[in-house]
Design a binder for this molecule. Sequence first.
Ligand SMILES: CCCCCCCC/C=C\CCCCCCCC(=O)N[C@@H](CC(N)=O)C(=O)O
Length: 342
Amino acid sequence: MILAHLDVVPAPPEGWDVPPFSGEERDGYIYGRGTLDDKSCVIGVLQALELMLKRGYKPKRSFYIGLGHDEEVSGHNGAMKIVERLQSRGVKLLFVLDEGLAVLDGVIQGVKRPVALIGTTEKGSITLNLTVNQPPGHSSMPPEETSIGILSAAVSRLERNPLPNMFGVGPEASMFEQLAGEFAFPLNVMMANLWLFSPIISRVLERTPSSNAIVRTTTAITIFNAGVKSNVIPRMARATVNFRIHPGQTVTEVLDIVRNTISDERVEISVLNSFDPLPISPFDESNFGYQTLQRTIHSVFSAAPVAPGVCIGNTDSRHFVNLTDSIYRFSPFKMKSEDLSR
Ligand SMILES: CCCCCCCC/C=C\CCCCCCCC(=O)N[C@@H](CC(N)=O)C(=O)O
């Protein structure tokens, strides 16, 4: 089964080089909201189908295409409905291919050649609302601590105390071991001997946001709200925090650590949504899905070695775990380090 999604996150009008829905082509890039996530995969799938039809190609086995329309808001009415329908028909899938990792070119420090990473698992996620309620008042007679001050201190504690570096206890270690030969000396020796060098490698990896994301559960403060008037101390302050959970941890473990870190009963913690990291799909030599994907990647990006990786973002494919144990996340494009913020 091949998945992609049509929806995009909202596009605020300001801050764009070109209008966000123009799809303008400039210097070899197509600009527009959702170009990478996930129009490129949608168009890739549709163009491939068109080409196969034109050529009269007859596939050896049947396959499904699933195009979701609400991936960015968890896929409840798209991917989940597709899964329900397939389950009601008793369908089992050999493998699922969805968006995800890509051909990384200069993204992994120390690796010269572009490398294709196939996401064989996906981080979990937990989104929390932190709410503080304190008596409101006039700004001329402020109390020692306000709802805003208490919440800010809690959020700051979360940022200053990241969750532990878990490098070595998760599947990201397999990625570095498989790519060891791509690094120059002495990194190649270190990557091939993580049993000895993982304490050093783990420290290096946490220095940049993209590699930090693969060694730990990350903490991102995404919404912060309080106050409506400059001379009124508000009753309520609220922040939303999103954690992406490392494959070596669970929702329950993260929640316990967060409660201990905040350690302030005035901060009410409520869970908006959560799910554990996804199971690791097989990537051995006998696995049809992984091998098919690897062969296909080699035929298009010939210079790129292929390795399994951890998808740091979430995808619709996570809803398919009861239909197959082989779920792969790969978007067929090259990504440079400057593209990570796009
Ligand atoms: C050693 C360095 C490794 C660096 C790895 C970084 C590679 C970054 C490459 C691709 C980014 C991965 C993006 C995956 C797709 C994300 C799709 C998405 O945005 N999903 C949303 C919505 C949802 N389904 O929850 C999300 O918030 O995750």
